[in-house]
Design a protein around this ligand. Structure first.
Ligand code: IVH
Length: 667
């Protein structure tokens, strides 16, 4: 088979597996086999840049091209729905429609109301052309590169009976499992967790770097289709057709004629929604026939032929017994209410979040108060109010703690942060244990250790910081509960093996605030050893791509701390890699010293990464967005019109690949 044929074949096979996995949830190959095929395709495409194709499944891993989002008008405005909360209002809706459509038998379609971010996808000649957010309803942001990373959204349509142009709309969301995983990872790197899956999905779609989006497990259900030549005259039939074309259409649609059927659907999902793997905030009722939709028409804001029924977040009332103050891995303090047990959304709740000191003060919550708790989009229930009428006359306002409940240090509250922090990151037990968990985690030193074992090692005084792992002996472990000869040996072996972990992962393992996996990699590329990092200036740090003042300050703070310096020396003596094995990058000239460059599009003689590398080895800095600090834009083929406009507005010179090469003396 020629490479070209092989590429075609791989693309087809990968598209089929994508569809089976993400749309049908019926995979037929393992993730490993899938990844191998994908890697093979990426390799072949690298070898044959002339065969690149924006619709290739390889595009789903995203790219580091920045997406200064372009604003695009919607061909059909994106309207919202009027909301209702009671069955009477649904009856009023149906009565209004009967008056508007005399003599018509009205069929309704009931659907779930997904709690995510709406998206409008344009397909042209069977391929995904553009994805635009709702924006203000008239125009939105072009987020095509980000949307392409969502595996359940087809880049190419199955079959041949689709209209040449159509628009399909739906909701992008994060399923609970992916949301939990993402927040755990954020906490590991000291970033604040997202409050709920909807915020997380919205934040993700706005990321500038689609390869970061690709790492987040977004999904999408499509719920409406628009166009001139749709195959059927009803909403339901067209959605079923779209399902055949490969779109992910929710299986929970119901056609109904009678009001009672709508009420039953509302009731059913009100109790069943807690079992869904994603959030819904209500249901939507739509008139099925397009002809009837047209006759019913629109108000200024929403269609008269559709309505949303919103579920109230489930609430319960319970007594506040006491408040615990939890100390997180980053030292953040979270006040947690201990409650008289109460049933909420099917589970017994004994604890609920109180957020922070401001929230407690705002709600004026007092011990023994009856408090309202709510389970909204958030995973953990939260206290949202107080029943002040039934408050004991002698109750006193809560005084927020001033010292860490775990180590006694005085708490600090940094500017612009809502939470209090325990600053004792080198002596506070939950922070130390958190650091150890992070150090051994899979993407860091990969020493397979359960949380409970870390707790055990810590409580026995065997491991207080990460360097202590390297002086553990088999004899010490065997004496501990749950350890036997074999398990002790395994742990010692895996600690030994961690000495081979490359420096970039060691740097990540140190747990420096804001230094996640990607940042660690970027740092190591420019500063290939811990010693180079230790002697770097703020300017040097911030000239590294993606590193701004916040990260640079955090690094300098870490490095200048004497305890951390000692820890690093002990890790060095233990034989941990503190410098990169990769040959270090030489600086070639200062031709671009002090200059900020943005690259855009694709180039004829170099890959984007090569151009970026050239910028750096000639002393320049890569920026991802065009700002007034940009000195040049190096433009290749397919430079985004948004960027060009911005460059014109700011008067920034746009240069070609050839101009650039001349500038650095390579041509
Ligand atoms: S139909 C003109 N169907 O709810 C009708 N919307 O306020 C357009 N949503 O912005 C929307 N699930 O983001 C429709 N099954 C569903 C939906 C749904 C969630 C969202 C959508 C829209 C908002 C309506």
């Amino acid at each position: 088979m020629t490479d070209a044929k092989h590429i075609q074949h791989l693309r087809k096979v990968l598209n089929e597996h994508n569809y089976r996995y993400y749309v049908l949830s019926q995979p037929t190959i393992s993730d490993f086999e899938y990844d191998r095929l994908l890697e093979e395709l990426i390799e072949l495409e690298k070898k044959h840049p002339e065969l690149q194709d924006p619709d290739s499944p390889s595009q789903r891993i995203g790219s580091d091209i920045d997406n200064a989002f372009e604003q695009v008008p919607h061909a059909y405005p994106m309207l919202s729905l009027s909301n209702t909360y009671t069955c009477e209002e649904i009856k009023d809706f149906a009565d209004r429609l009967e008056k508007l459509l005399p003599g018509h038998a009205i069929e309704y379609v009931c659907e779930l109301k997904y709690d995510g971010v709406s998206i409008s996808l344009t397909y042209s000649k069977g391929r995904l052309e553009r994805a635009v957010t709702r924006g203000d309803g008239e125009k939105g942001d072009d987020v095509t590169a980000n949307i392409k990373t969502i595996r359940s959204i087809p880049l190419l349509i199955n079959g041949n009976d689709y209209p040449e142009h159509f628009i399909i709309r739906g909701e992008v969301f994060l399923p609970h499992a992916g949301f939990g995983r993402m927040n755990r990872e954020r906490m590991e790197t000291g970033e604040p967790p997202f409050a709920n899956p909807r915020n997380a999905a919205a934040g993700t779609l706005k990321l500038q770097n689609s390869s970061q989006v690709a790492k987040r497990p977004l999904d999408c259900y499509l719920y409406s289709i628009l166009g001139d030549n749709l195959p059927y005259g009803t909403h339901f039939d067209n959605l079923m057709k779209a399902k055949e074309w490969g779109f992910k259409i929710a299986p929970h649609l119901r056609k109904c004629f009678k009001l009672q059927e709508i009420f039953d659907y509302i009731d059913f999902w009100n109790s069943e929604r807690e079992h869904l793997p994603f959030d819904i905030d209500g249901i939507v009722v739509k008139v099925n026939s397009y002809q009837q939709q047209r006759l019913a028409g629109y108000t200024a804001k929403s269609p008269r032929w559709a309505i949303a029924f919103k579920y109230k977040a489930e609430q319960a009332l319970s007594r506040l017994l006491s408040i615990d103050y939890q100390v997180g891995r980053t030292g953040a303090i979270t006040p947690v209410a201990n409650l008289q047990p109460v049933i909420l959304a099917g589970t017994t709740v004994k604890r609920a979040s109180l957020h922070n000191a401001d929230q407690i003060e705002l709600l004026d919550i007092r011990i023994n108060d009856m408090v309202y708790i709510e389970k909204g989009g958030e995973i953990i229930p939260k206290v949202i109010g107080v029943d002040k009428k039934n408050r004991a006359p002698d109750s006193i306002p809560i005084r927020y703690i001033t010292h860490c409940p775990e180590c006694g240090s005085e708490l600090v509250r940094r500017e612009s942060e809502a939470k209090h922090f325990c600053p004792n990151d080198t002596g506070c037990p939950p922070q130390l244990k958190g650091k150890l968990e992070h150090f051994v985690s899979r993407k860091a030193m990969d020493i397979g250790l359960a949380e409970a074992t870390i707790e055990q090692l810590y409580n026995h005084g065997l491991v207080k910081d990460s360097a202590d792992f390297y002086s553990l002996t088999k004899e010490q472990l065997i004496n501990l509960e749950r350890f036997a000869e074999k398990s002790a040996e395994n742990l010692i072996n895996s600690i030994e093996a961690s000495k081979q972990v490359p420096y970039e992962r060691v740097l990540y393992a140190l747990g420096i605030r804001y230094v996640g996996e990607t940042v660690a990699k970027k740092i190591v590329k420019s500063l290939p050893s811990i010693d180079a990092l230790a002697s770097s200036s703020m300017d040097e740090l911030t000239s590294i791509e993606e590193i701004g003042d916040k990260i640079a300050e955090s690094i300098q703070q870490y490095i200048s701390n004497e305890r951390n310096q000692k820890l690093i020396e002990r890790l060095r003596s233990a034989g941990i890699k503190l410098q990169s094995d990769a040959p270090s990058r030489r600086m070639i000239s200062n031709a671009l010293s002090g200059k900020n460059l943005v690259i855009s599009g694709t180039f004829r003689n170099h890959s984007r990464d090569e151009i970026k590398n050239l910028i750096e080895i000639h002393g320049g800095k890569n920026l991802s967005t065009v700002t007034s600090n940009t000195h040049y834009i190096v433009a290749g083929d397919g430079m985004g019109p948004g960027k060009r406009e911005k460059a014109d507005k700011l008067g920034i010179p746009v240069i070609t690949e050839e101009d650039f090469l001349k500038m650095i003396g390579e041509q």
